[in-house]
Ligand binder design. Structure first.
Ligand code: UDP
Ligand code: MG
Length: 315
């Protein structure tokens, strides 16, 4: 395949400690891509892996220099930054993203491309028979529900990374310069004609998930606060209702004091109310902090990741 022809498809894959999966991924992905009969490139971002992933990727680049590009981070910046770094460098007209652990079967790529060929500019996969722990599935359902209620994003399976985007959508994602990026939702919000298709989901081929509970919570918090200021507004309304009620209570207590004289036993009620109000304040401060933290990150404009080197054959 000539490297000078315009590239039709870019496949983007983040890699973090996937030495057990990469050989099988290569063996399954490249035949699928070759079988399409279209020009393509595959961009791997090695997100600071500590295992042999880097060597395996370099070997694959040597074996298929015509279609393989490798971006090497100096350290671990997370899956979404790894995808962003590749998005910033794609050359294809259509971009497909998938995970390196073979939970997203590469054999589904032609089905995604059928949708982009039909004119859809953001094609989301909906994982069938999801092969993750029950705990992960339940958290996912809950977050989907909250996101559905608090933002205008209508996606069935936001966590599925097997997706296809038009170049316009990907360029939009890159331009948005988002700091805490949740790429599937961002892509959806920029799409003109999004769609979804069912895709198979397999068990992790080797190794264990790279996400800890803490990272999952952070990621999902990012998702809600990035796309919506609803939490802030709901809190303000709630706080206003609380102050209204406490004002009423003060009036009632004051009146009782004037009519009935000093009363005993009210002190604990007061404590109860006080603690409640303090907790409301604390939630509010935390929420404001979330948005301020984000503003701060944008304002100081720190590099989101650092590329140590890139393996590619320039045309
Ligand atoms: N990944 C990454 N950087 C990280 C964590 C994960 O690039 O810090 C990659 C990982 O190699 C895989 C994908 O992101 O290709 C999804 O990760 P994982 O399978 O651990 O997540 P899960 O499927 O459990 O959501
Ligand atoms: Mg996985």
């Amino acid at each position: 395949m000539s490297t000078n022809a315009p590239i039709s498809i870019s496949v983007v894959i983040p890699v973090y400690n996937e030495e057990g999966n990469l050989p099988t991924l290569f063996a399954r992905l490249y035949p699928v891509m070759d079988g399409l009969g279209r020009t393509y490139e595959i961009i791997f971002t090695n997100d600071g892996s500590a295992d042999k992933s880097s060597e395996l990727l370099a070997a694959q680049h040597a074996a298929r220099p015509d279609v393989t590009r490798v971006i090497e981070f100096n350290a671990n910046y997370g899956q979404h930054m790894a995808v962003m770094a590749a998005f910033e460098r794609v050359r294809g007209a259509v971009i497909v993203s998938l995970d390196a652990d073979l939970q997203n079967p590469p054999e589904e790529i032609p089905n995604l491309l059928a949708q982009t060929d039909a004119g859809f500019d953001c094609v989301g996969g909906v994982r069938q028979n999801r092969q993750d722990s029950a705990f992960r599935r339940h958290i996912s359902q809950l977050v989907n529900y909250v996101r559905g209620k608090s933002t205008s994003i209508r996606m069935t399976d936001q966590g599925c990374m097997l997706r296809a985007y038009s170049r316009g959508v990907v360029d939009g994602i890159v331009r948005s310069g988002a700091v805490n990026t949740f790429i599937p939702a961002l892509g959806y919000s920029l799409a003109r004609k999004p769609t979804e298709i069912p895709v198979a989901h397999e068990e992790r081929h080797a190794g264990t998930s790279n996400y800890s509970l803490y990272q999952l919570i952070r990621l999902n918090f990012d998702l809600i606060t990035y796309f919506s200021t609803a939490p802030l507004q709901i809190f303000t309304i709630f706080a206003m209702a609380c102050s209204g009620c406490s004002f009423l209570l003060v009036m009632i207590l004051g009146t009782r004091r004037l009519i009935l004289g000093p009363e005993e036993g009210g002190i604990f009620t007061l404590f109860g109310i006080l603690f409640f109000l303090i907790s409301v304040c604390m939630v509010g401060i935390g929420l404001i902090g979330e948005y301020m933290g984000r503003t701060y990150q944008v304002v100081r404009n720190r590099a989101r990741y650092h590329v140590s080197h890139i393996l590619e054959t320039r045309e």
